[in-house]
Design a protein around this ligand. Structure first.
Ligand SMILES: Nc1ncnc2c1ncn2[C@@H]1O[C@H](COP(=O)(O)OP(=O)(O)OP(=O)(O)O)[C@@H](O)[C@H]1O
Ligand SMILES: [Mg+2]
Length: 319
């Protein structure tokens, strides 16, 4: 595991954004800077971290960890469905096929936790159009994974739960494509859970984005990363569940917990500034889950991320 000193040394070099207008037209999401030209997107994963739909700051090596994990996972699932990936010119950059993205996110859950648990408890989980069993306990495993779709809100707005019936009624996705998307999601999730289990982890839930490219369904964006998924330590699951304790979380939930517990912040008002200590703590979580999933020690060149990306893009003939 990378040392605290190395993580601290990286703090001033994190990638907040990449301004390279010659790459194409820019769409800046909360985490990614997407440069589109024709049917290709140069997708740069920055080191930005967001929670409760606010960008809070940067975390050393985060962009690289997410991008490398996405590449890792896409390789593992490529027999299930085509993915948007075309090439990887830099550890933080993917060149992808541009798709017309479905206006819904396909969230799939193996356990009841997080926002679904809160909605279930307060009787608001009906928005998904699912007949929930009664008497579920927090963090309980479902008999089989359940899809709880959400709308893909425009920038600055919150994603909202939506039911399958509503998706079809509003014609957000055709019935055939929706069926295919759900089937692909179930198979991707099963593969993800299987691999995570072999590495001592539970893939608790995740979010897929899909779209159409060349008339075919493709899996886009990121996949099974600690930003888009929850991961728990498997060996502690049962004992903690029985004792009603929080699970050992190795994902973005750590920052949500820090915001709530240390600052009483859960999305309203001005978010607190991240301290260097918390940035280092979070970097360690991202790297830990990378190492557990891949079985590799995380090694990075470190230093000026922007300079490295520019150099690699030039080498690949993209700049
Ligand atoms: N192959 C693709 N074709 C078209 N759009 C894509 C593709 N892959 C990912 N995207 C879009 O690129 C954006 C990725 O940026 P990022 O992850 O930072 O966004 P976000 O913060 O999750 O969402 P938002 O777009 O609401 O800011 C998302 O809007 C995603 O839907
Ligand atoms: Mg995203």
């Amino acid at each position: 595991m990378i040392s605290d000193a190395q993580l601290r040394a990286q703090l001033p070099h994190t990638l907040r954004q990449l301004d390279l207008p010659s790459l194409g037209s820019l769409y800046r999401g909360k985490v990614r800077d997407n440069y589109s030209r024709g049917d290709q997107i140069v997708m740069v994963t920055s080191d930005r971290v967001s929670a409760f739909d606010h960008v809070l700051g940067t975390i050393p090596f985060k962009g690289e960890v997410l991008s490398r994990l996405t590449t890792f996972w896409f390789e593992k699932v490529k027999d299930i469905a085509p993915t948007h990936i075309l090439s990887v010119p830099d550890p933080s950059v993917m060149v992808v096929k541009r798709a017309s993205a479905f206006p819904v996110e396909i969230v799939i859950r193996g356990y009841i936790t997080g926002s679904l648990w809160r909605d279930y408890q307060s009787g608001k989980a009906g928005a998904y159009g699912i007949d929930w069993p009664v008497g579920l306990k927090k963090d309980q495993r479902f008999d089989r994974p359940i899809i709880t779709p959400s709308t893909k809100a425009e920038y600055g707005k919150h994603d909202e739960p939506i039911s399958e019936a509503e998706i079809l009624k509003q014609k957000l996705v055709t019935p055939e494509l929706w069926r295919e998307a759900c089937d692909v999601a179930q198979r991707l999730f099963a593969r993800g859970q299987e691999w995570a289990a072999s590495r001592g982890l539970i893939l608790v839930d995740t979010k897929y984005e899909m779209g159409l490219a060349g008339g075919k369904l493709v899996v886009i964006d990121e996949i099974h990363t600690p930003d888009s998924s929850r991961y728990w330590l498997a060996r502690e699951y049962l004992q903690r569940f029985m004792a009603g304790q929080e699970q050992q979380m190795l994902d973005k939930e750590n920052i949500r917990q820090w915001l709530i517990k240390e600052h009483g912040f859960s999305g309203h008002g001005k978010p607190p500034a991240l301290t260097d200590d918390v940035r280092v703590m979070l970097a360690k979580k991202y790297i830990e889950v990378f190492e557990l999933l891949t079985g590799e020690t995380f090694v990075s060149s470190g230093g000026d991320v922007q300079a490295r990306i520019e150099q690699n893009l030039k080498k690949a003939g993209l700049l």
